[in-house]
Design a protein around this ligand. Structure first.
Ligand SMILES: Cc1cc2nc3c(=O)[nH]c(=O)nc-3n(C[C@H](O)[C@H](O)[C@H](O)COP(=O)(O)OP(=O)(O)OC[C@H]3O[C@@H](n4cnc5c(N)ncnc54)[C@H](O)[C@@H]3O)c2cc1C
Length: 384
């Protein structure tokens, strides 16, 4: 979780320790046929929860493990899923139920791998666990089915696994709706994680729980996290610039809905990017409708694979450098959401370059100016 997020001070009985069982109202794939991506728009009911949120907050969703992963794990370990295991002094449930609700079978960490090696009496693995680089390389893309196949521990019983497997954690999603536009609802934009590795198809636990397993009418546990550093300006007359490629678009759907609902007069400028315009332009008709109605001043798009040369949102920013500076210099707010590993860094550098070039500052002054924007919460980052 980013350090900017914290549990909301909602007065509802529901929260992190008691997630609200929220029914799914609707879901559909935002990508078109032939896309390499699968991005689910999910609409979730808050009816009867007493919970609320602000644009810029995130929703935690408590997932379940997929039945095929549980079956593969039971087969790899040779253990009987119907046997009872004790979760604590008072609670015993079937091992397969525990695997479904309680434990993470996907993410292999150094700590848990070491515990496994110790519990299973696996000396060779235990020695390798002392080598951080080896662990990093080995665990990338592998899950617990891979581990028990590579390093079988026939002595370990079901209770033994319960003692060291990591608890199944909720995953966070940027909220894609304003509660003013959709009373008693919260919407998400979820990219399904799927990949092939080590001879098996792998699925991200929560993203594919939402896309494959959470059916309309069924409930999943949810709770909110408040992000105080990613908020719209209180003064609605100030303009905002939003950089949200891929699933990074989510909070900006919420922002624009909120600005319309509150009658904010400031201008809204969106930058979006993905692979192909024909299949990956998320919420395209909504943005085009907002441009037509005057609620969105501009949308600049970068579809990286529609031409030989790759173009990204930061390239579109540089093309619009003078105007971006004019908006910022006039007190405008700047936001980025999405991939932290590369995109957000490139966007940050583009912003520093724009401030430097058009604000007449050298690199260090421009970097300090951008840092100050962040301090003043005029530069919000929701990156992951
Ligand atoms: C503040 C915040 C906001 C977020 N907002 C959103 C949002 O709006 N929409 C959204 O979709 N996500 C969002 N996320 C990310 C989300 O929380 C989850 O991390 C994401 O859905 C993946 O979770 P999962 O349970 O599906 O995958 P997990 O089961 O957690 O698996 C993911 C892991 O799989 C591995 N992996 C993934 N791809 C590969 C590959 N190709 N090869 C090998 N290994 C691989 C990596 O180790 C990765 O860490 C946000 C995260 C944060 C912190």
């Amino acid at each position: 979780m980013s350090d900017a997020t914290e549990s909301t001070g909602n007065s509802s009985e529901y929260g992190k320790s008691n997630p609200f069982p929220a029914p799914l109202l609707k879901k559909y794939n935002l990508n078109g046929v032939g896309s390499a991506k699968e991005t689910i728009h999910a609409e979730i009911s808050l009816e009867g929860s007493g919970l609320s949120y602000e644009a810029g907050d995130t929703l935690a969703v408590v997932p379940e493990n997929a039945p095929d992963l549980i079956a593969a794990f039971l087969e790899a370990t040779g253990l009987d899923g119907s046997q009872s295991v004790a979760l604590d002094e008072e609670t015993s449930i079937a091992f397969e139920e525990a695997l479904r609700w309680k434990f993470d079978l996907r993410v292999v960490t150094k700590v848990v791998l070491t515990k496994y090696a110790k519990s299973g009496g696996l000396d060779e693995l235990l020695e390798k666990c002392g080598d951080r680089e080896w662990v990093k390389e080995y665990t990338w893309g592998r899950d617990w089915v891979d581990v028990v196949k590579d390093y079988p521990a026939p002595e370990l019983d079901a209770q033994g696994y319960v003692e060291f497997l990591r608890p199944l954690a909720a995953r966070l999603y940027s909220i894609a709706s304003s509660i003013k536009a959709h009373p008693k609802e919260v919407h998400l934009t979820v990219g399904a994680v799927r990949y092939e590795a080590f001879g098996r198809s792998k699925k991200g636990v929560c993203s594919t729980y939402i896309s494959d397993m959470w059916e309309v009418g069924d409930t999943a546990g949810v709770y909110f996290h408040h992000n105080k550093n990613f908020k719209l300006p209180e003064d609605g007359s100030l303009s905002i610039i939003m950089i949200g490629p891929g699933t990074g678009i989510a909070p900006f759907r919420a922002f624009v809905e909120e600005r319309i609902a509150t009658g904010a007069s400031g201008k809204n400028w969106l930058f979006f990017g993905d692979q192909h315009e024909a299949t990956d332009y998320l919420y395209q008709s909504e943005w085009e409708g907002y441009v037509a109605s005057g609620n969105l001043e501009k949308v600049d798009v970068a579809f990286s694979r529609d031409q030989d040369e790759k173009v990204y949102v930061q390239d579109r920013m540089r093309e619009n450098a003078a105007e971006i500076w004019r908006w910022i210099d006039a007190g405008g707010y700047f936001y980025v959401c999405g991939d932290a590993s590369r995109m957000a860094k490139d966007v940050n550098q583009a912003l520093i370059d724009i401030v430097g070039e058009h604000g007449g500052m050298d690199e260090a002054e421009a970097a300090a100016y951008v840092k100050q924007m962040q301090k003043e919460k005029r530069y919000g980052r929701d990156v992951y």
